[in-house]
Design a protein around this ligand. Structure first.
Ligand code: C2E
Ligand code: CA
Ligand code: CA
Length: 747
């Protein structure tokens, strides 16, 4: 029988030869060294050669042992400098050098020097022989036996060290936040544990499923080293290496280790039943040699536990950071992302978006469908902005988008992208819903880098859009904040109830241009503080709009205006009452009832009314507005467009709208006599209005000259300080007595 350790080395195996076994010969007889050298020459054990080190005395041996910690076997002569030099050395190795690993074989030249049994026990001696007895085979057998012993004790020690490393360092790995980070730390740590580069990967589902069931296609490579490194995120079923793929999938389906020529796949089984695997690209015996099977098993079960814990934490965080209604981020998530990017990156842009009149959508299609619409709206946003750092739902139908770059030039591009994204209606079963988004922008400034503050600024900009109702977006400007603060102050005065801030009404006559008789009165709200001073009406109305109080105030206004007007005496039946409607008021359902109730309480037919609305109301051509206006006209009321010329001024739409006339904005009338452009605009407005059969009113007529121009241009009605300031109904009584009234002659 040929012993494996006697096979001579070949150059081929030498190439990837591993470090030789180091064997120390301690003997004061140089011949013994020579004989031993010849005896072991060409020997191998487990594919490793033998390397001999030589010491001619115990002292020299001490020196060598001190400097070389990897001596596997020492063949020690008992009698050297002294009769007990050999035993002294052995004692020193174990007790002073504290080396329990090196295997020791004692040799004596003559019988009678055999060590006592207790010495053999005490110093953990592997063998004893008389030199004469040691034939070549016996010597080699003794050495190989000792090497086996050495291998065993050192690998036990290595295992112990690895276990220690595992215990000490694994807890840090489990502190990772995300499954992907955890997996990366696991494979890195495994390489550390092996102590050399390995091709390995960890695979499993990226997220914890609520039911413990994992789809095969969800099992992906989470982290990898070596040749697998660029396969991270690849589903394991798509691994190109057939053997590895088969091995891993077998391991996962059996939940048991699977060996192949390419390596070992070890299962990760968690209590949730979530399964993954650790694939190690080394043969089993090599893994055992490098790390130890027990250590690897312990490692894998730690990984499974850690994996479960990390996935669970991630899941819990998801609950806090993923909005259930849209699948987008939550506000908390948004704040976190903002803070993360704010520190190390350049300027950011916060976009606060909402869906115009989402409340109406909900009323129209019901909560369930509205939720589906909201989800789809969120998805459209996230498809539209793949470049966003995050997209969150703030509340109700409000979204936040965080983009890189505070450049205001990006605003137009973003607006265009959103418009394009919502061009197509959202289809739900048989319902088609077209959504319009409104956007408020706030870029980070040098001093403003707090998420809450930026979001507030974006909200202020969005509020500005909501109030003005003219455009679908605005960029925050500090003046908006002042205006917002002012609105807040005013709104709190409004809420402070009627007994504190007094509401009352003024009426301003509107005259027929041809004969300067009274055609109508415009109702204008007045607000007086407890101290008696009057507040700016336009701003109070804006505040009422912003705070949502406009409907309350509107209802009050209808009731009182209709009542006071119906009590004016001496007016022709065709004299009308003009009332202003603001955009927000028009959007509510209660307005129908408010108007009807007020009219019937005052016994005022609706055909005595003219409603003034602004152009902004029509930009979106929405059904709610159109239905209200149509309803009013069917009841005999008239509709005029207020402040005409300041908004969109597109004549083309005038033809299609349910309106009876226009009021040219005061700014044109004011400048008409000095500014030829203003005059030209007024002329063309009148021409087009005439062509469309719309009545024309000029507001803000203050001078005789202005009146002259308007009369020449065939303007129908004139309103302004030239005739009268807005007056209380008591003061109006005199005016009515003095001026004839002919009323409005529409169409
Ligand atoms: P508006 O509808 O454009 O009303 C005309 C404004 O011009 C009034 O300001 C009026 O006092 C002023 N005015 C009239 N003639 C002249 C003139 O010859 N010269 C000058 N310089 N100004 C003139 P006021 O009363 O401050 O109202 C401001 C705005 O508040 C109104 O603008 C209207 O949009 C809104 N508003 C007033 N009352 C109500 C209301 O009851 N409901 C709603 N929704 N809005 C109202
Ligand atoms: Ca008006
Ligand atoms: Ca006006």
């Amino acid at each position: 029988m040929v012993m494996d350790f006697l096979v001579p080395s070949t150059p081929e195996t030498k190439e990837n030869a591993r470090a030789p076994w180091r064997i120390l010969i301690v003997d004061d007889d140089p011949d013994v060294h020579e004989v031993t050298k010849i005896a072991v020459s060409g020997c191998r054990f487990e594919d490793r050669e033998f390397e001999l080190l030589h010491a001619l005395s115990a002292a020299e041996a001490r020196d060598i042992l001190r400097r070389n910690t990897d001596i596997a076997v020492a063949l020690v002569d008992v009698v050297m400098e002294s009769d007990t030099a050999g035993l002294g050395l052995v004692n020193w190795i174990r007790s002073e050098l504290e080396n329990p690993f090196t295997r020791l074989i004692l040799r004596t030249g003559q019988p009678g020097y055999a060590p006592q049994a207790d010495v053999i026990m005490k110093f953990d001696i592997d063998g004893y022989a008389e030199k004469a007895e040691l034939s070549r085979t016996k010597l080699i057998t003794a050495i190989v036996t000792a090497l086996r012993g050495y291998k065993l004790v050192t690998s036990l020690e290595a295992n112990r060290q690895k276990l220690k490393q595992l215990n000490e360092q694994f807890s840090k790995i489990v502190e990772q936040n995300a499954v992907s980070e955890f997996a990366a730390a696991v494979v890195d740590f495994f390489e550390d544990l092996v102590g050399q580069p390995v091709d390995c990967f960890l695979c499993g589902p990226e997220a914890l499923s609520d039911y413990g069931y994992t789809n095969r296609s969800d099992i992906r490579i989470l982290a990898a080293t070596g040749i697998f490194e660029n396969m991270v995120e690849l589903p394991v079923d798509l691994l190109s290496d057939h053997t590895v793929r088969k091995s891993v999938s077998q391991c996962i389906s059996d939940r048991a280790a699977h060996n192949s020529e390419d390596g070992v796949a070890l299962p990760l089984v968690t209590r949730k039943g979530m399964t993954g695997a650790l694939f190690i690209g080394l043969p089993e015996d090599r893994i055992d040699e490098l790390v130890g099977t027990e250590v690897v098993q312990l490692f894998v079960s730690n990984v499974a536990l850690g994996y479960e814990k990390t996935a669970l934490l991630e899941h819990i965080r998801d609950l806090a950071y993923v909005d259930r209604a849209t699948g987008l981020s939550t506000y908390s998530g948004f704040v976190e992302v903002f803070q993360r990017h704010c520190l190390n990156e350049g300027p950011l842009l916060v976009v606060h978006a909402d869906i115009q009149r989402f409340g109406v959508v909900v009323d129209g299609i019901g909560d369930e469908k509205a939720s589906a619409v909201l989800w789809r709206a969120g998805q459209r946003l996230s498809q539209t902005f793949p470049d966003a750092l995050t997209i969150a739902r703030k509340e109700k139908d409000e979204f936040l988008i965080l983009l890189k770059g505070g450049d205001e030039n990006k605003v137009q591009d973003i607006v265009a992208r959103v418009e394009e994204a919502f061009q197509e209606p959202i289809t739900l079963d048989d319902t088609q819903i077209t959504l319009r988004m409104r956007l408020g922008f706030a870029p980070t400034g040098s001093e403003i880098r707090e998420p809450e503050q930026l979001v507030r600024f974006a909200s202020i900009a969005l509020n500005d859009v909501r109030q003005k109702g003219l455009t679908n977006h605005a960029v925050f400007h500090p003046m908006m904040q002042e205006a917002a603060l002012e609105r807040l102050r005013l709104a709190s005065m409004l809420t402070g109830a009627t007994d504190k801030t007094e509401f009352f009404l003024n009426f301003q006559p509107i005259m027929a241009a041809s004969d300067e008789s009274i055609a109508s009165f415009e109702t204008l709200m007045r607000f007086r503080t407890p101290s008696g001073s009057l507040l700016n009406t336009a701003r109070m109305i804006e505040a009422a709009e912003a705070s949502g109080l406009i409907s309350e105030i509107g209802a009050w206004m209808f009731k009182n205006a209709f009542k006071e007007f119906s009590q004016f005496s001496g007016l022709s039946e065709s004299v009308r009452l003009n009332v202003n409607l603001s955009p927000r008021q028009v959007q509510t359902n209660r307005i129908y009832k408010d108007i009807e109730d007020a009219a019937s309480a005052a016994s005022l037919p609706l055909d005595r009314l003219v409603f003034e609305v602004t152009e902004g109301l029509f930009i979106n051509n929405d059904q709610v507005t159109l239905s209200l206006l149509t309803w009013l006209r069917n009841k005999g009321a008239k509709i005029v467009i207020d402040d005409f010329g300041t908004g969109y001024s597109s004549f083309s739409y005038l033809r299609k709208l349910p309106v009876d006339g226009i009021k040219i904005d005061r700014s044109f009338i004011m400048n008409m006599d000095q500014d030829p452009d203003a005059l030209a605009v007024v002329k063309s407005i009148i021409a087009v209005a005439k062509a469309l059969d719309l009545s024309v009113t000029a507001e803000g007529v203050e001078t005789v000259a202005q009146r002259g121009i308007m009369q020449d241009l065939q303007c129908d009605y004139l309103q302004g300080f030239l005739y009268s300031r807005p007056l209380s109904s008591a003061d109006l009584a005199r005016f009515i007595q003095e001026v004839p009234s002919q009323g409005f002659q529409f169409g």
